[in-house]
Design a protein around this ligand. Structure first.
Ligand SMILES: [Zn+2]
Ligand SMILES: [Zn+2]
Length: 690
């Protein structure tokens, strides 16, 4: 399909440049365009075919909206902008420098239905594309959309129509149209509201295709009208009035989100109070999710063993504490195998890396097995694009070492060095395309990273991202897949930087303020909004969050309590975040979001507090007796009860010697040389008892 499919083009192309006061054949078509799209009031008198004063004012508004030179002359740039394929609704408030709104739905729970599709794409792919666009708006939080049958009185009815659409003509360069919410409608005053695509004059596609229009891109725009947004003059916004063929724009911009939030202000996220999960723990908490979504928490007990407890139903209550045995000398790392089985990793008394795993998804646990090596810090776990787990740890040479499953759910390759000399724990992120990326602090206290050059593939050299770090590194993944890292700076404030595009380059460092006395924990809300948690100078839990997916950040708010550990964030099966910390009684304490989306209330401000205030929670101060089972001070070799089944004694992790190994190359700047030296890491005694 080519330009001649846009009948707007030929007749505007034939109109000569026209200056104020001039008359040219066909200039009345320009006036018709200006009236159709809201620049020239229908009742405004004008001399037909003449660029008179009212028409000059309308032209200036159009030029301002499209960021053209505001000349009041119908010139080449103005003609080109008018010939672009566009939405059929008017540019309501010309001259606005950003989003503009009409009104919000009173009912925040909307239904939609499909009727006629298009033959341009196979099967029902056009409806799936529209469902994705609807989900993109829904995840901002504030409106929910449910699909119903077309005969079930939907609020919104979606389909393809001939260009001569009876409810709103799309003849010409118009691709599609929708309508605004009840009370602001321009097409119909009754339900259902239309979302109509022109099936006569345009070719539709799923994805960018030559001379075709991406359905999801156009649907995202039209549903912007459905939620109450008018056209934006921000050129790259979803709500800009024109769109190109062979193009996709499937993510909302900050301007679109700001407009949505102006109509549907975010309610404050509600959190339950502090509750104790008991125990006496001697490490930070590690939380994983079972295949069925149930969270499971792991911590070291006073006996040095790994203890765990788990939700008995997804998003539900918790079991008691059970021991997984062993004696561990680092914090615990957890990952999910490709088939969903949880697997945990920790250093033993021999300084080797040990692991144990669920034998079936959601099931019981195998015994401890050694992965060997002599490591000087906790393991970090990543999951490759194909589902293979990969573990990383610092060797006694200060370098990063790793080993990986050779097949999903399978056996492990030997230890290999990734070089460098690191002075922090290792953080693993996963790019939008599945490539793992590592983040560490170097000997210069700057942030360094390296990454797989292809999914499941080899690794780049070390590169510096600068800064001076006074904490470990925490990674998060934005709604659009862009990685973001969080650290504490020399001013004890929270600092972050992020990829400027998925899989892309990195921003500069920016401060998020605060005074931190812990590492940072990052969680991802159900809507895709990142949220970070830290301990403040009052030892309480503080958090801040993105106010929209991929968006800006709130102020700091306190969740109270008195923390004696770093913070761990878990996600319930229904998307609610839950935080886990150790209290002054050394028990595990948690609190959780009471709902996954910010959809309940139309308005509300977050209860502001400054981070220097100590708003108290209910977490007791020292001396309170734990309210559930105390973890016994155990000795190795005892039988322990796990998941209700009797297991043999966990094998003792033998004390080994650490192997001296090669030096890394990370102390300099620029790209380090990857150290090949495989298989030098195991300590001598590593295959004893498994
Ligand atoms: Zn539009
Ligand atoms: Zn229509």
């Amino acid at each position: 399909m080519t330009e001649e499919l846009y009948p707007a083009a030929p007749y505007l192309a034939a109109v000569e440049n026209t200056a104020p006061g001039e008359r040219h054949p066909g200039f009345n078509k320009v006036q018709t365009y200006l009236e159709r799209f809201g620049y020239l009031g229908p009742s405004t008198s004008r001399a037909l075919g003449v660029l008179d004063d009212p028409t000059e004012g309308a032209l200036r508004s159009f030029q301002e909206f499209f960021h053209l030179p505001v000349t009041g002359v119908f010139d080449d740039a103005t003609r080109e902008a008018m010939m672009r394929p566009r939405c059929g609704l008017p540019d309501v408030r010309p001259g606005e420098l950003a989003f503009s709104t009409t009104c919000a739905w009173a009912d925040r729970t909307l239904t939609y239905a499909f009727d006629t599709g298009t033959a341009d794409v196979a099967g029902n792919a056009e409806f799936d594309a529209i469902r994705r666009a609807i989900q993109t708006w829904q995840t901002v939080g504030g409106l929910s959309f449910t699909e119903v049958a077309v005969g079930s009185s939907p609020d919104i009815r979606i389909g393809w129509r001939p260009a001569a659409d009876p409810d709103h003509s799309m003849v010409g360069g118009v691709l599609a149209h929708a309508d605004f919410p009840p009370g602001c409608s321009v097409v119909t005053n009754t339900l259902p509201k239309p979302v109509h695509f022109d099936d006569s004059e345009h070719v539709w596609s799923v994805g960018a295709a030559t001379n075709a229009f991406d359905i999801e891109t156009v649907a995202l725009h039209e549903f912007g009208h459905i939620v109450g947004l008018a056209h934006s003059s921000v050129a790259n916004a979803v709500m800009a009035p024109t769109v190109s063929s062979n193009f996709t724009k499937r993510a909302l911009t900050q301007d679109d989100i700001d407009g949505f939030r102006a109509l549907y202000p975010a309610a404050p996220q509600a959190w339950a109070g502090w509750n104790s999960l008991g125990g006496v723990i001697t490490s930070d908490v590690t939380v994983g999710n079972n295949k069925d979504g149930r969270m499971e928490a792991f911590a070291r007990g006073t006996d040095g063993a790994v203890w765990h407890r788990w939700q008995t139903t997804p998003s539900g209550d918790w079991s008691g504490w059970n021991s997984l045995g062993g004696i561990i000398t680092t914090e615990i790392a957890a990952g999910n195998n490709q088939d969903g089985r949880l697997e945990i990793f920790a250093r033993g008394t021999d300084n080797a890396l040990w692991h144990r795993w669920q034998t079936t998804p959601n099931g019981n646990w195998a015994g401890w097995n050694s992965l060997g090596g002599g490591i000087t810090g906790p393991a970090a776990v990543g999951r490759n694009a194909d589902g293979r787990l990969e573990v990383f740890a610092r060797g006694n040479d200060g370098a990063v070492w790793h080993r990986w499953q050779t097949a999903p759910n399978g056996n492990w390759a030997g230890w290999h060095s990734l070089g460098g000399v690191i002075t922090s724990e290792i953080a693993v992120g996963r790019n939008a395309d599945g490539r793992l990326e590592l983040f560490v602090r170097g000997t210069d206290n700057a942030l360094w990273h390296k990454w797989q050059t292809a999914p499941n593939g080899n690794w780049s050299g070390w590169n510096s991202l600068g800064g001076i770090l006074t904490s470990n590194i925490t990674t998060g993944s934005n709604a659009d897949g862009r990685l973001e890292v969080f650290v504490r700076g020399t001013d004890n404030a929270l600092w972050h930087k992020w990829q400027t595009a998925p899989n892309g380059n990195w921003s500069d460092w920016r401060s998020l303020d605060g005074l931190l006395t812990s590492d940072i924990a990052a969680g991802k809300n159900a809507s895709g909004r990142l949220e970070v948690f830290v301990r403040g100078t009052d030892n309480a839990l503080w958090h801040k969050w993105q106010t929209a997916p991929n968006g800006n950040w709130s102020d700091w708010h306190s969740l109270g309590g008195i923390l004696t550990s770093n913070i761990t964030v878990g996600s319930n099966a229904d998307g609610r975040l839950e935080v886990f910390v150790r209290g002054t009684d050394n028990a595990l304490w948690h609190r959780w979001q009471t709902r996954p989306f910010l959809t309940e209330e139309p308005t509300g401000a977050s209860g502001a507090a400054t981070m220097t205030e100590g708003t108290g929670g209910d977490m007791p101060s020292a001396g309170v007796v734990p309210q559930t089972v105390e973890m016994p001070a155990g000795t190795m070799g005892e039988s322990v009860t796990t998941n209700g089944h009797e297991h043999p004694a966990a094998p003792a992790m033998p004390a080994g010697t650490m192997d001296a190994s090669n030096n890394g190359a990370m102390s300099g700047h620029g790209t380090g040389v990857e150290e090949p030296a495989p298989d030098k890491m195991p300590a001598g005694d590593m295959h004893a008892t498994a």
